[in-house]
Unconditional design. Sequence first.
Length: 317
Amino acid sequence: MKIFKSINIPSNYKNAVLAIGNFDGLHNGHKKVFHEAKRLANKRKLKFGILTFDPLPVMYFNKKIKNFRINNDKQKEEQIKKLGVDFLINQKFNYDFSRKSSYFFIKKIIKKKINPKFLFVSNNFKFGHNRQGNVFQLRSSGESLGFKLVITKPFKYKKKIVSSTLIRNLLMSGKLDLTNKLLGRNWSINGHVKKGKRVGKKLGFPTCNIDIKNYILAKPGVYGVKVRIKNSKKLINGIANLGYRPTFGGKDVILEVNLFNIKRNLYKKELTVYFQKFVRNEKKFKNKDQLIKQIFKDIQIAKNSFKNKVILWLKKI
């Protein structure tokens, strides 16, 4: 898959099938769009590409929003590649881009710069300054500019549209099993191990501490996890606490991961943490002894969850 950091793409990537969207999380709803677009591209013998934006427009316009992303940019690119996409345009979303009118977006960006044969968007797609553009404008413009608009029917689960907003709400509610089902894989956080206060080590459970950065804050609590170290194919069982560490007066969100049967120092290593089981809510304990006793119970619950196979990626929906 070829990756472009702007809309200035070579001519051999034009006249393609193009899907536009934020595609945060690459859930089953997104995959449905991708599968239909890829099928059309294969039928017409055209390339299939994606136009997405960095940062997400909602995060650009709302600077106070921090914990929002379902996946980071690296994961997003890897997941898009696995769906058979030929090229990805990761357009920088900044002040100048946000001021472009819907007319400019259609004529100067879509038509002049990318020039697709077919354009896939969701039925609520808005674009241009103040979100003035919509699918009706796109469809009428496409008829005169030479591209055909395709709007796929939304993917539903129990009569609810599967969307990134739904996934975020499920994660914040602790409904991890349903989250993973609608993602088609285990939700994961990717990051580097940073120095901590060694509280876990003093308790007898050393942890790898990871800053979750812009990831959505799933329900604070304890999770059964599987972990992959960068450049390794092995998955390591473990238990993680995602939250504020109230027993020790913590105020910042941190992901602490205790890996089973691993003694090596993983400081600065890049880890991907796959969330397998929501074990319990985060709580404040009266003392360290109570916490240690509970950790042993949590570990046993987590170990029981590992009987179920972790799903790193599921193409079918």
